[in-house]
Ligand binder design. Structure first.
Ligand code: AMP
Length: 212
């Protein structure tokens, strides 16, 4: 099953996506994770992407389409994949449709996490992230050793500073919101879920929306 997760930054796509993936027995692909790993490793991809990411801007479509093509071949052809933040512009949605078509498959569900902007600035500004495993945590100060005991330390992502968060929300409304309309116009199976509530409640809604 191929599931596209849509929704603003901080809506919970990452953590919920991980649990949905585990529950469906498929991998999760997050372009944000791929890009951050490239920045950390200092590869050309990372060097090209870093300035966009730090500002909270989108990395150019051509870069994302390259990652999609490379990363999707195996999982999309096997049991499927959960795509977290992979599709953020209409050209990316069109590109993904083409990639999966060439692989002989299609997007099964588009899951849209619905949450008000006001809740997101607080949520993201209070979030710290492990520099090693990239897991986000709330209520844990910068410098705390990662609770996963992977030797990493919790940091604040540059793009989780309040100014960058506000910019990311503006970018989301201008460039990613139209993706939802695009999928609706394509007749895709679009499921909106209320992303406000406990982790377990939102997870239950997400599972129901993907038909489990
Ligand atoms: P995320 O971890 O999903 O919040 O992504 C962090 C940053 O990576 C975003 O703010 C963008 O700069 C970049 N990024 C991740 N995925 C994409 C994408 N599909 N298109 C463009 N930029 C992306």
């Amino acid at each position: 099953m191929i599931v596209v997760l849509l929704g603003p930054p901080g809506a919970g796509k990452g953590t919920q996506g991980e649990r949905i993936a585990a529950s469906l027995g498929v991998p999760k692909l997050a372009t944000g994770d791929v890009l951050r790993a490239a920045v950390k490793a200092g590869t050309k991809l990372g060097l090209d992407a870093k300035a966009y990411m730090d500002r909270g801007d989108l990395v150019p479509d051509a870069v994302i389409l390259g990652i999609m093509k490379e990363a999707l071949a195996a999982p999309a052809q096997a049991n499927g994949v959960i795509l977290d933040g992979v599709v953020r512009t209409v050209p990316q949605a069109e590109g993904l449709a083409q990639v999966v078509k060439e692989l002989g498959t299609h997007v099964d569900v588009v899951l849209d996490f619905v949450i008000a902007d006001e809740l997101l600035v607080d949520r993201l500004s209070g979030r710290t992230t492990c520099e090693t495993c990239q897991k986000p945590f709330t209520g844990m100060p910068v410098g705390t050793p990662c609770p996963n005991n992977d030797g990493g330390t919790l940091i604040r992502r540059k793009d989780d500073e309040p100014e960058a968060v506000r910019h990311r929300l503006t970018v989301y409304h201008a460039q990613t919101k139209p993706v939802l309309d695009w999928y609706v116009a394509q007749g895709a199976n679009v499921q909106g879920i209320n992303a406000v509530g406990s982790f377990d409640d939102v997870f239950a809604r997400a599972l129901k929306a993907v038909g489990r």
